[in-house]
Design a protein around this ligand. Structure first.
Ligand code: M6R
Length: 305
């Protein structure tokens, strides 16, 4: 294969968007991520040397299934599904399947399905990187060490629950919210907005932090909380300048970062959540937890179904 095409909907689409960063920067393979309901109805240029990856919790989402069949009809037969349900149609229809084994998603909100999809996609990235000789054995061992550290990092982030509950108390009174992120954390911001909308019925939008000044900044006032997902990585300084723009408009920033990021932000944020320090590549898994908890506790406090 010389490229990857990821097809998915909703939260699964956002895990694909995160994986694009890994696949292109670690495995050096050109990657496209498409919303399945768009891909299936548009003309596209097929490449038979593409690995078509469908992502789905249920394995039954009609648009994703149709997109998979569409890709196959266009001559792309290398198909892999990353799916949570071993007996699903998508598993049956794909040449290869990776079962995430997250357990049953009971509620409408996809949560553990999302984090396990990310874990699967990170492993896929390493597998492709290995075959393409893009990682040395040492680099691969380093990435695997970062993954093995995840259970500890996720335990630490789950311990932030009391802080998230306090934060949700403010949120439950809001009508609108913005979520900002850059790079791998842009899809995490989109996911934060989707989760909040989906279960607490608060209008929320996710934006790439650098896009804010191109229009959406007009929405900022003191009644619009702005959640910024920004570990202290190579993009942090850029995001900090976006936070300063928000603060200058009276916007209330809730910053989710690590200790170094919180210190670097000074007093620009109204509220902070300190996530554990972790490897920058696996950080999206860790940062998705506080935003899932925020949506959950906001919904609980609002009494939504
Ligand atoms: O089962 P799937 O992953 O294919 O479902 C795709 C979307 O419908 C799903 O992720 C949806 O966006 C979630 N309910 C969001 O929490």
């Amino acid at each position: 294969i010389d490229s990857v095409l990821i097809l998915a909907c909703g939260t699964s689409y956002y895990s694909g968007c995160t994986a694009k960063f890994w696949l292109e920067s670690i495995a050096g393979i050109s990657t496209q991520v498409e919303i399945a309901s768009e891909y299936r109805y548009r003309d596209s240029v097929p490449n038979p040397r593409t690995l078509v990856v469908t992502l789905s919790q249920s394995g039954e989402t009609a648009d994703t299934m149709a997109a998979l069949k569409h890709a196959r009809n266009l001559g792309m037969t290398h198909t892999l599904t990353i799916c949570n349900v071993a007996t699903s149609s998508m598993v049956r229809e794909s040449a290869m399947a990776y079962i995430t084994r997250a357990g049953v998603e009971i509620g409408v909100a996809s949560t553990k399905a999302f984090t396990t999809q990310l874990a699967a996609l990170f492993l896929l990235t390493l597998a492709i990187a290995q075959v393409r000789q893009r990682v040395s054995p040492q680099q691969e061992a380093e990435h695997l060490r970062a993954m093995r550290h995840l259970p500890l990092a996720l335990q630490a982030v789950l311990a932030l629950e009391p802080q998230v509950i306090a934060w949700a108390q403010d949120f439950a009174r809001q009508q609108n919210a913005l979520f900002l992120g850059r790079g791998m954390h842009y899809p995490i911001a989109l996911e934060g907005a989707l989760k909040l909308k989906e279960i607490s019925y608060i209008h929320a939008e996710g934006y790439a932090a650098g896009e804010l000044k191109h229009g959406p900044i007009a929405l900022i006032d003191e009644d619009t909380p702005v959640v910024v997902v920004a570990p202290h990585d190579g993009l942090f300084e850029k995001t900090l300048s976006n936070m300063q723009e928000v603060a200058a408009r009276g916007g209330k920033i809730i910053l989710i970062s690590d200790a170094a990021g919180i210190a670097a932000a000074g007093n620009v944020a109204h509220r902070t959540i300190t996530a554990p320090a972790c490897d920058p590549f696996v950080a999206p898994l860790v940062y998705s937890i506080p935003i899932q908890l925020l949506a959950y506790y906001t919904a609980v406090l609002k009494g939504t179904d």
